[in-house]
Ligand binder design. Structure first.
Ligand code: PDG
Length: 308
């Protein structure tokens, strides 16, 4: 599952490190710039989505486009491109890059204020996209061995009534503060609780606990991850029961297995929690089965479409 060596063709392609789409033009990723006054940057007034390309095929592109559209509608954006236009741009970025395995992001921002304008209804919204080499949330050896995670103590997940986590957003202040808590406690990653002490999610991933053969994942206050949905569907097909409900730290602490899910890396094991082993301290059987099933599903025509 690791990145292949760079081919001679890639070495001469200016987009081989990634390709962005800005104002109707493709740009090599290192030269891609946005206007400094774009309120997507100055106010985090934007939404985005990330879809993967694996071995030349988009994974669940229509589901990502649908989630993106739900997000921008909720934030009352009017992107300058419709869904077909956006899909075409994503294909263009990946094709130009020549990447077989890519991390493909689409962003809509409120835009640049004209002459001190402060009424968000009066901005021309902007659309950006890029494709870069596939991003792994965990390094390969961490995916095999699992990582050490902490439950954040000093940081709570931002209240969903303030920032709706089902609308993918750049308000990562709590997630990044949580990561520093993890590093300070000699762990690699973090899961955050909400203000009621219920488990939510972490920086770029959803979380699952396996308890006596049943999968548990938080129902709300989290991004409705496409990887999370894929795992639930794969588990269903394999006859593994899933409970999508809120739960507290005790369920994580008592779990036989823990894993995280993200477009950036798929299904990834967590083998230590707050300095205690999870189960026997090694990736468990359900985690391994679902991780394999996840990657096997990437060629399936119902979920993947080739880059054209
Ligand atoms: N929760 C949060 C807060 C996320 O940002 C993400 C994905 C997920 C859950 C999982 O959703 P999905 O399975 O649809 O990917 N975040 C992506 C990828 C991870 C990363 O850090 O690059 C992102 O933010 O780009």
């Amino acid at each position: 599952m690791n990145q292949p060596e760079r081919s001679p063709a890639a070495a001469s392609n200016p987009y081989a490190d990634g390709c962005a789409w800005i104002d109707g033009a493709l740009v090599p990723i290192a030269e891609a710039r946005i206007p400094i006054l774009d309120t997507g940057f100055t106010r985090s007034d934007c939404t985005y989505d990330v879809v993967a390309v694996w071995h030349g095929r988009f994974f669940r592109l229509e589901d990502h486009l649908e989630r993106f559209e739900r997000s921008w509608r909720r934030m009352r954006f009017e992107p300058p491109l419709d869904r077909d236009g956006i899909r075409d741009v994503l294909h263009d970025c990946v094709r130009a890059s020549g990447l077989d395995d890519a991390y493909v992001e689409m962003i809509v921002t409120r835009g640049v204020p004209v002459a001190g304008e402060r009424d968000p209804r009066r901005f021309a919204n902007r659309f950006y996209a890029f494709a870069i080499p596939y991003v792994w949330l965990l390094r390969p050896e961490q995916q095999d061995a699992g990582i050490a995670m902490v439950i954040a103590r000093d940081t709570v997940r931002i209240d969903p009534r303030a920032v709706d986590p089902t609308v993918k957003n750049f308000h990562w202040g709590d997630l990044v503060a949580g990561l520093f808590e993890a590093y300070d406690r000699a762990a690699q990653n973090v899961v955050l609780l909400n203000s009621a002490g219920e488990v939510t999610e972490g920086p770029g991933f959803n979380i699952f606990a396996v308890c006596a053969g049943t999968l548990w994942t938080p129902a709300s206050g989290v991004l409705q991850g496409i990887t999370r949905r894929t795992v639930i569907e794969l588990a269903d097909r394999a006859g593994i029961p899933t409970r999508v409900e809120m739960f507290g730290v005790e369920r994580l602490q008592a779990a036989d297995e823990l894993f995280i899910t993200s477009t950036a890396g798929g299904v990834m094991p967590v083998t230590r929690l707050d300095d205690e082993p999870v189960g026997n301290g090694h990736p468990g059987p359900l985690t391994r089965t679902l991780r394999q099933a996840y990657w096997d599903a990437h060629g399936a025509p119902r979920w993947s479409s080739s880059v054209t």
